[in-house]
Write a protein that binds this ligand. Structure first.
Ligand code: NAD
Ligand code: MG
Length: 378
């Protein structure tokens, strides 16, 4: 039996992780759960999985305590409490399904404590891939990707460890504005952007998919995870989201991983690889998807892609600036305070004004984020 902690248990990835875990009980034992705003759902999950420890922000402790009256489970809070969940004894795998910059400290804490990390929080790798990957090697822990594209690449690479990779082909759905004119996109609202054609996800990543920043973040995530150079990554728009990504090897042969757009598959594989576990999730029927198309991304209508490439090239703490400026700009867009193209403008201006620092420890990232916050706070 393996102990797991699910950070961000009430979110889109968190709830699907628990669905995946239900298919392999009793091989997993949920030892820690964290939530945020939705304490009703969190309390329900605590009653179902009986973790030893549960985390909520301070203002939610009392409401959770009331919901869990007569139920024995330690409730923790604050940075320290999140650290405790990520490093708890008896936990083998930490599933990091937190959204945004909040995910980095627990990722680092888990690796330091020798835990394997099943990583949905791509922002961890975007900002700190240069710290995370060497630390994971040093500690002998696995960082298994939950992101469907990276899971696909990882699955295509399995058994090919000694074969040279020519390039990887990262697929993108293109988001809800794929076929819209720039003039239409410029007046799009949050409710337009939140209507993703293929995936049902949290609000932040859904906006990131509409701007294509999600693919920019995934480009950086792939560079770190698979130790590639920028020239080895090609991004293609594949509106059907059936081919989750591909690897082209030295002989020109391309391997792909296909499946329905259902995050439970990459989540399950991140928990059980190299084993594949039987489940009753819906199967892909290729005859129901006879047309699979591919097209180049339009970097003019979707400038965030180039911004992510630029931040990676700048190196050091620049991706942390990209990431946090994006997070704050997306929050403003969701509130209706700025327009769609203000998101990329804000990020571009932040990168223009920033003097890059080398990245040698997590404090360098907190410092870069403090610089962004000072610049963009409301
Ligand atoms: P979500 O908003 O649905 O869930 C986020 C979780 O984090 C929730 O449990 C929330 O309560 C918690 N949370 C939010 N802010 C927090 C904070 N400041 N401190 C502690 N906890 C906090 O998001 P999601 O769509 O599940 O995405 C989670 C991560 O997975 C993101 O990094 C996203 O990019 C990545 N991802 C998501 C999908 C998807 O299909 N949803 C696919 C690939 C990758
Ligand atoms: Mg993805």
């Amino acid at each position: 039996m393996r102990g797991i902690a699910v950070l961000g248990a009430t979110g889109s990835i968190g709830t699907q992780t628990l669905d995946a875990v239900r298919t392999c009980l009793p091989h997993f034992r949920v030892k820690a759960l964290t939530g945020y705003a939705n304490v009703d759902l969190l309390a329900q999950l605590v009653k179902e999985f009986s973790p030893e420890i549960v985390w909520v922000p301070e203002e939610k402790i009392e409401p959770l305590r009331v919901l869990l009256a007569n139920f024995s489970c330690e409730i923790v809070t604050g940075e320290e409490g999140l650290h405790t969940c990520a490093t708890l004894e008896g936990v083998d795998i930490v599933v990091n399904a937190l959204v945004g910059r909040a995910g980095l400290a627990p990722t680092l804490a888990a690796i330091h404590a020798g835990k394997h990390v099943a990583l949905a929080n791509k922002e961890s790798l975007v900002t700190a891939g240069g710290l995370i990957m060497p630390l994971a090697r040093e500690k002998g822990v696995r960082i298994t990707p939950i992101d469907s594209e990276h899971s696909a690449i990882w699955q295509c690479l399995a058994g090919n460890e000694n074969n040279a990779v020519e390039k990887i082909i990262l697929t993108a759905s293109g988001g809800p504005f794929r076929t819209w004119e720039r003039s239409q996109i410029s007046v799009a609202t949050a409710s337009h952007a939140l209507k993703h054609p293929n995936w049902n996800m949290g609000a932040k990543i859904t906006i990131d998919s509409a701007t294509l920043m999600n693919k920019g973040l995934e480009y950086i995530e792939a560079l770190w995870l698979f130790d590639l150079s920028p020239a080895q990554i090609e991004i293609v728009v594949h509106p059907q989201s059936i081919v989750h990504s591909m690897v082209q090897f030295a002989d020109g042969s391309i391997m792909a991983q296909l499946g329905l757009p259902d995050m439970r598959l990459p989540i399950l594989y991140a928990l059980t690889a190299p084993a594949r576990v039987f489940n009753t999730f819906p199967r892909l029927n290729l005859l129901a998807h006879p047309t699979l198309t591919f097209e180049p991304p339009d970097q003019e209508r979707f400038p965030c892609l180039a911004l992510a490439k630029r931040a990676f090239e700048m190196g050091g703490t620049a991706p942390a600036v990209l990431n946090y400026a994006n997070e704050l700009a997306v929050a403003r867009f969701l509130r209706g305070a700025i327009s769609f193209y203000d998101i990329s403008a804000i990020i571009g201006q932040a990168l223009d004004a920033y003097t890059v620092k080398p990245l040698s420890c997590a404090e360098d990232i907190w410092e870069a984020e403090a610089w962004v916050y000072e610049r963009l706070k409301d």
